[in-house]
Design a protein around this ligand. Sequence first.
Ligand code: SD4
Length: 389
Amino acid sequence: MSSGLLTHPNIAWLECPLYFTHPDLASPVDPLFAARKEGGKYFTILYISRMIDRRKFIKVSAASASLAAISRSALAKTVDSAMSKSPGFPIVISTWNFGIEANKEAWKTLSASGRALDAVEAGVKIPEADMKNHTVGRAGYPDRDGHVTLDACIMDEHGNCGSVAAMEYIAHPISVARLVMEKTPHIMLVGEGATQFAVEQGFKKEELLTPESEKAWKEWLKTAKYAPVMNIEHMPGSKYNHDTIGMLAIDAQGNISGACTTSGMAFKMHGRVGDSPIIGAGLYVDNEVGGATSTGVGEEVIRNVGSFLVVELMRRGYHPEHACREAVERIIKKKPEYSKTIQVGFLAINKKGEHGAYALQRGFEYAVCNNETQDLLIKGKSAYETAIG
Ligand code: SD4
């Protein structure tokens, strides 16, 4: 891009180094700043919503210079030395500490030059099958009526995606989601229809409620007033500790895929679906840009189309951690008081393999696996530095 301008009557381009952009910044002509990277250099792009003449443009240029200065100081606060540089690929990252074992499984595929899509499916099947894991797959805690209902989705480098929601009796929802993607003209199957499809595809129908989960549910019923607990996952020492696995991988060919699977919020209302099976909310992948996934109270992620937002921010040049932070701040902006009482975390990776995370509350962590390290656990930064509960 040259430093010339007005290649379009409604758009002026200013060439200047990008330090930080924030949609709340405004100039006398209300430009919206955005980031763009071209030829290894960052540019601030100034969009102007109406025709401007040259005199007005000079005013805008001056405004942009002062905004750039404001932006520089904003960045100084947000840069963190722990932000990942470009570790390259293949690489796989996933939410929470159980992501370590899941990543190791995915790594078998990635290190053998396999496809990221195969890697993420194989990876998240580990917690899905884990009988000690009460938050994903088989052995997940049931809804308030005692049904184990599972949510999952998967997305590949071509934008293909598949999903199942509120599905009962099938232990590996991620594999059913993949078959919805590959074998049907649809993206999402729910409830009985999802189970029916899985059985038709050869999956075994089985009771997923384990004696341990049943005991926890009956215990919860004694005092629950029959309402789900929105921040159950982060009560210190909670026996109902609840998390989702979201996994993002880049294979040796540089292609990105993602998977997300959960038994959802413990003791939720029957029929409730969270963010995890919803493309754009619990997971989103764009092979030109990167991928994002989420964990926590799904309602707030859906409301803000969280993972799509994170990917779109990365498209505008945000580092994955900054993009996750912006998405968390969007949640806070909509519901400031409520945000203090719940947990939501985002995890993202860009096309170069740089990764980052950000959460509402302290305690969110993610696992990283690549050529250098197979079991790294990184603590995510958070808006509030106290654990809720
Ligand atoms: C949901 N996002 O069903 C999931 C639950 C979760 O930590 O991730 N809990 O809303």
